[in-house]
Structure formats: structure tokens, C-alpha cells
Design a protein around this ligand. Structure first.
Ligand SMILES: NC(=O)c1ccc[n+]([C@@H]2O[C@H](COP(=O)([O-])OP(=O)(O)OC[C@H]3O[C@@H](n4cnc5c(N)ncnc54)[C@H](OP(=O)(O)O)[C@@H]3O)[C@@H](O)[C@H]2O)c1
Length: 302
């Protein structure tokens, strides 16, 4: 049972909304901190929700957002750099700022959302920033719990949503030959892990990698989505070098559907490592993509 006031930075995002709902259902009061915060549609919960305009790049607004809170969750996301909102300012400096201000405010527990595959030596600026961000968080708040999900899925997500669209094409392009291994994790299971991380004393200072119940190759996932919609398509292997060229062209668009960082991430397996905390250590039995496919993809007759 999570008590007190919990500030959730990024509480309006895909994961943040699930975290806020789980916290409210557990009886906590939640302060949603984002640049454009809005109240979730949770019946009868308005007295458990506070809205706080905050930008993790801004010292004062971060201090205000953590003031009086018992615990803090940082689920801020940035996938495409836009002007001054860069991977460095959000995922490195912003992450460090939230951790430092949380420490100064005497916050009991900080949970920081990162991702599987963080690597300070990655060719991806995004992946490098996530690794440096984790270091900043750890340096400022040594008891912070770091959660690294694999690719997350849920109703109206980006991952299955893109596959739903791409499998309508007559030919479905694969990343490389589609052999990259992924461990998709249900967004609700990650939200449960956040609550456990807030409540479990032994989690302090630890890193957990969160993957779903089953590992699939990318090709496997495409084939399952095709089978779900009863579509028969040719699968076309496309070299990563070609994807990088396509991503460079897409970067000229205002909302690029694909980034170079995503292509680099797809070159590497994204599965839970060894010798690190997992769902099992948080007493959670995660679901598999297969189990949740109809719930997430909806009507299959089209
Ligand atoms: N989605 C996945 O498959 C996946 C997988 C692994 C790890 N993760 C990680 O999980 C976390 C959450 O991802 P998500 O997909 O839920 O992200 P998301 O849907 O893009 O949500 C991003 C959230 O961050 C807030 N935000 C953005 N810039 C901000 C700023 N400068 N200051 C304060 N708040 C800001 C946004 O609200 P405003 O725009 O109103 O500020 C929004 O609430 C991220 O760290 C992400 O890298 C995601």
C-alpha cells in the first residue's frame, strides 16, 4: 500500500498514466508533474490528484513539484530532440536535477524509469544519454530504484500501433532479417513494478530490468500480428544501413515516424540481462505479448 503524496514526473505519458492510475487505486494522492499536466479520467478520484506544471529543465519548477511529496517517480520521455529539449537536457541533466532536488527535499523513495540496453558507448545519442542519466540519478540519490523496461505495449501504444499499420502494406519490411530478440512488456506490469519499487525496502539502490513473460524475434512478432488480423503478406528483410538512410530522411519531418536511435536500438537484442533485478524480485508475474494481443489490438476482423 503506497501512502502519502507521490509526485509523478511525466504522469501524462503512456507509462505515466498507468502509474498514476495504479497509485490512485492504491489510495495514494498523486501530483502529476509535466509541462502540460491534465487530470486523468478516473471516476471519483479528483481529490487524490494534484496537477503541477513542471519542466525537468527548470530548477524552480522541479523544486516546487517535489516539495511536500513522500516519494517521486520520474517517467519523463523524449524520443525526438526538439529545439532545446535534447536527450542531454531531459535524460541527463533533467534526470539528475529531479534526483538532486528529491534528495534535498528529503524524499523517501525515488523511482527512475530508464530502459534495457543503456550503454555509455552506444552509437546512439539517446542510448548514451540514458546511461549517463542513470549515473546522475545514482550519484545524486544513491537509494533511487532504477527500472529498465523492454519495449512496452498496451492499448493505443506506439509499438503495436505501428505494427498494426505496417502490416496493412502489401510487403512488410523487417529490421535486418527480423532476428533481433525483444521481450515486450505490458505497460500495466511496469506500473505495478513502480508501486512495488516504492514500497519494497530491499529495492533501494537497485536496478531492475523488466521484460514480459516471453522473448520473441521481431519477425515472430510481425507474424503474430499478421495472424491476428488474418493477413498474408510478404516479409522483406531490409538492412539496417538502409533503415538509417530512411531515418535520416524521416528526420526532416516535423514528427518523424522513425529515428536513427530507434534503428540502432533495433540492431541489438532487448531482453532482460543476468545478475540484475527482475519482476520476480518484485513479486510480479508479468504477462506475455501473446496473452494480451486481443486486448491491445482490439477488433481483429479487418
Ligand atoms: N514506451 C516504451 O516502449 C518504453 C520502453 C522502455 C523505456 N521507456 C521509458 O519510459 C519512460 C516513459 O516513456 P513513455 O513512452 O511513457 O513516454 P511518453 O508517452 O512520451 O510521455 C512522456 C511524458 O514526459 C513528459 N515530459 C516530456 N518532456 C518533459 C519535460 N521537459 N519536463 C517534464 N515532463 C516532460 C510528457 O508531458 P509534457 O509533454 O506535458 O511535458 C509526458 O507526460 C521514458 O523514460 C522512456 O524512455 C519507454
Amino acid at each position: 500500500m503506497t501512502h502519502g503524496l507521490i509526485t509523478v514526473f511525466g504522469g501524462t505519458g503512456f507509462l505515466g498514466r498507468a502509474i498514476v492510475r495504479h497509485l490512485v487505486e492504491s489510495g495514494a494522492t498523486v501530483r502529476i508533474a509535466a509541462r502540460h499536466p491534465y487530470a486523468p479520467d478516473l471516476a471519483g478520484a479528483s481529490d487524490q490528484i494534484e496537477l503541477q506544471t513542471a519542466d525537468v529543465r527548470d530548477e524552480d519548477s522541479v523544486a516546487e513539484a517535489v516539495n511536500g511529496a513522500t516519494s517521486v517517480v520520474n517517467a519523463v520521455g523524449l524520443y525526438v530532440e526538439q529545439g532545446k529539449a535534447t536527450f542531454d537536457t531531459i535524460h541527463v541533466e533533467g534526470a539528475g536535477r529531479v534526483a538532486r532536488r528529491a534528495q534535498q527535499a528529503g524524499i523517501r523513495r525515488l523511482v527512475y524509469i530508464s530502459g534495457i540496453g543503456v550503454d555509455p558507448a552506444s552509437p546512439s545519442k539517446f542510448v548514451r544519454a540514458r546511461a549517463y542519466g542513470e549515473q546522475r540519478v545514482h550519484n545524486a540519490f544513491s537509494d533511487a530504484v532504477i527500472l529498465r523496461p523492454s519495449v512496452m505495449f498496451g492499448p493505443n501504444d506506439a509499438f503495436l500501433g505501428a505494427l498494426k499499420t505496417v502490416t496493412r502494406l502489401p510487403v512488410v519490411p523487417l529490421f535486418g532479417n527480423g532476428a533481433t530478440r525483444l521481450q515486450p512488456v505490458y505497460v500495466e506490469d511496469v506500473a505495478k513494478a513502480v508501486l512495488q519499487a516504492l514500497d519494497t525496502p530491499e529495492a533501494a539502490g537497485k536496478i531492475f530490468e523488466l521484460g514480459g513473460a516471453q522473448i520473441y524475434s521481431y519477425r515472430d512478432i510481425v507474424e503474430r500480428v499478421l495472424a491476428y488480423f488474418d493477413r498474408r503478406r510478404l516479409l522483406l528483410p531490409v538492412p539496417f544501413s538502409v533503415w538509417k538512410i530512411l531515418a535520416r530522411m524521416a528526420s526532416l519531418l516535423p514528427n518523424p515516424p522513425l529515428t536513427r536511435d530507434q534503428v540502432i536500438l533495433m540492431e541489438m537484442d532487448n531482453v532482460v540481462g543476468t545478475g540484475i533485478g527482475t519482476f520476480a524480485d518484485l513479486d510480479i508475474d508479468p504477462r506475455s505479448l501473446e496473452q494480451m494481443l486481443s486486448h491491445c489490438l482490439g477488433e481483429s476482423l479487418h
